[in-house]
Design a protein around this ligand. Sequence first.
Ligand code: NZQ
Ligand code: ZN
Length: 380
Amino acid sequence: MNNFIFQNPTKLVFGKGQIARLSALVPKERKIMVTFGGGSVKRNGVYEQVKEALKEHNYIEFWGIEPNPAVETLRKAIAQCKEENVDFLLAVGGGSVLDGTKLIAAGVCTDTDAWDIVLKGRADKSIPFASVMTLPATGSEMNSGAVISRRETQEKFAFYTRYPEFSILDPEVTYSLPANQIAAGLTDIYVHVLEQYMTTAGQSRVMDRWAEGLLLTVLEIAPKIKENQHDYATMADFMLTATMALNDFISMGVTQDWCTHMIGHELTALHGITHGASLAIVMPATMRVLREQKRSKLLQYADRIFHVEASTEDERIEMAIEKTEEFFRSLGLATRLSEVGIGDDTIETVAKRFNESGVAYGEAGNVTGDVARKILQAAK
Ligand code: NZQ
Ligand code: ZN
């Protein structure tokens, strides 16, 4: 196990009716901006609950943070926060609203353009922020990352900042999620775990078993959610799995991959594909192309997650990759580029972008543009 420092300061407030706790959790002496997406919260009652809880607070509202939040939109919120001396932000929505809010909170503290904060990869300063998370997927509610898009140049990059002060997770808010967002959310969670697990075996028993517990939970709840999206216990597990998959708990002292995400972000930036849907296409291909490097972990995954039986190691690995792809397909997602109309020109664009910026992702630092090309070709 490698050395590590772990500190996750976010307070999680979980359960039915917990949005009402905003009245005590949000500081009364602050000037607050509450941020929202496109209006789902008005249709599912979340907005009314937030309004009721904040009736004694001094706040303004900012609407319209879109899926894959655009820096062009967020600059407007930053300007408004500066004008109105906002010093606390509350995001009410999915990962996009919260990620966008993370950039607003950093942008308020500086004259640097918001896109330059993203490009730098880390915010030097930020005002505090918190969330009411309405979509289990990103883990943004309990991590310090945010992924921001720039429409003008079709780019999408992550940056790191402070953690949310608190996040409220009421599983009942997920009852209104459309089926495609549930499918994308489950895939995002599953792939977050794989990015931290599917490297090499033997680094940490604790991290392995913890990650495997989350993978098995996702596989178990996915058909149950399809059957009944209003079952509280199932949706509670859905929400908590999302948080636990990307809040630093399963990455202590182990290597991580993340090349599937980096390639997926390019597909979203260039074609607007939903984040989770991009991962369903890239992940099986990553496993196929990097199967030798990931051999020991693929065998462990085949055994512990899918209990596959076959005489040769290669067969067991292939079966595990097929089962992973089948799982994404069972959610109704495409797993091939051809199904979403993406061809060789995009593959070349991604390879060129990676090669020009000199990146090399993955646990072995070897996923360059040329390897990304191989992965995308295996996803055709
Ligand atoms: O905008 P509104 O009207 O609120 O509707 C949203 C949006 O259209 C809707 N929605 C959210 N909660 C709902 C709901 N509809 C009905 N009922 C509810 N309870 O769902 C749509 C998608 O929302 P979005 O926030 O875009 O989805 P998600 O939470 O999956 O976030 C995706 C973004 O997060 C980034 C992705 O790249 C993408 O930009 N990620 C962030 C990460 C992080 N911060 O750590 C890690 C991830 O790997 C990911 O990259
Ligand atoms: Zn993700």
